[in-house]
Design a protein around this ligand. Structure first.
Ligand code: SF4
Length: 288
């Protein structure tokens, strides 16, 4: 077994957070929905929305049979609401092309709307127990430090998958745990700003620690400011439409008090371009 696998597995067994999608029998649909929600939103905000989502739509077919507007409404304040639309489209594809069952094959998962390298492998590994490298932001940071001797990872690259693959044991169950453990280590111990190396199970083998924590270039993208942004205007417009009747709001009255009229127009146009709202006969409404 690769050197780091044993300490990672032992550490994970004692320290992993009890999260809904890690419980036995959570199911592939639950894992898929959780991965969509977790893409850009913190765990604590995801859990209540995930519970509500799965109570309302326990299967992909039930979501697919409902209107996209309901998915956007249920997404509520999770942010980046195109994910709600993509999840709805993926549910339709699962219903129409896969008999209502979330596929287990990485290629089939990658062909679904809104699913990229990370989510496809996460579903195949965590829902179906297949053996693949799963690499998220937290994994990339652990790999950059422990293996690469860098303070922060470079831009995402195909080589990330090969680097993770090199850590995986042959056994599928152990490999799944090493994937989850590396992500968990990055989320809870090897954090971006203040890694807690005294609590790290692979500190003895960490290249960055052994080199004395040299500073290296930080190429991570900075999160743009939310206040005053187009994202804020888009969020306000969607919130108003979620709270409105299904017929929507007159488009000239949507965000009519927004302080920047150009920004308001830009936000509404971009929501319509993304398919998140429809502009029909002078009305703005969620997509039907
Ligand atoms: S020793 Fe510190 S820097 Fe290295 S992997 Fe562990 S927490 Fe991260």
């Amino acid at each position: 077994m690769p050197d780091l696998a044993v300490p990672l597995i032992e550490w994970y067994r004692r320290n992993a957070r009890d999260l809904p999608w890690r419980r036995p029998g959570f199911g592939a649909w639950g894992v898929l929905v959780s991965e969509f929600m977790l893409q850009q939103t913190q765990v604590s905000r995801v859990i209540p929305r995930l519970d509500a989502w799965l109570a309302r739509w326990p299967t992909p077919t039930e979501l697919a049979n409902d209107a996209p507007a309901e998915a956007v409404r249920e997404w509520a304040n999770l942010g980046y609401p195109r994910r709600a639309l993509w999840l709805h489209r993926a549910a339709v594809e699962i219903r129409d092309l896969h008999g209502g069952v979330v596929p287990s094959d990485v290629g089939a998962l990658l062909s679904l709307t809104g699913i990229g390298d990370y989510t496809a492998r996460a579903v195949a590994v965590f829902a179906y127990g297949d053996r693949h490298p799963v690499v998220d932001t937290n994994t990339r940071r652990v790999l950059a430090r422990a293996i690469g001797g860098q303070a922060q990872p470079g831009p995402p690259a195909r080589s990330d998958l090969a680097a993770m693959e090199a850590l995986l044991p042959e056994d599928r169950t152990d490999a799944a745990i090493v994937n989850a453990a590396t992500m968990e280590l990055g989320a809870t111990v090897c954090t971006a700003r203040t890694p807690r190396c005294d609590a790290c199970p692979i500190a003895h083998a960490c290249a960055w620690r052994a080199a004395g924590y040299p500073a290296t270039a930080d190429t991570r993208r900075k999160q743009a400011r939310y206040d005053g942004s187009d994202r804020q205007a888009r969020g306000a417009a969607l919130r108003a439409l979620r709270d409105a009747a299904a017929s929507g709001i007159r488009s000239d009255e949507l965000l009519d008090a927004w302080p920047d009229a150009l920004q308001r127009d830009r936000a509404i146009t971009s929501l319509a371009d993304d398919g998140l709202i429809e502009l029909v006969d002078g009305m703005a409404r969620l997509p039907r």
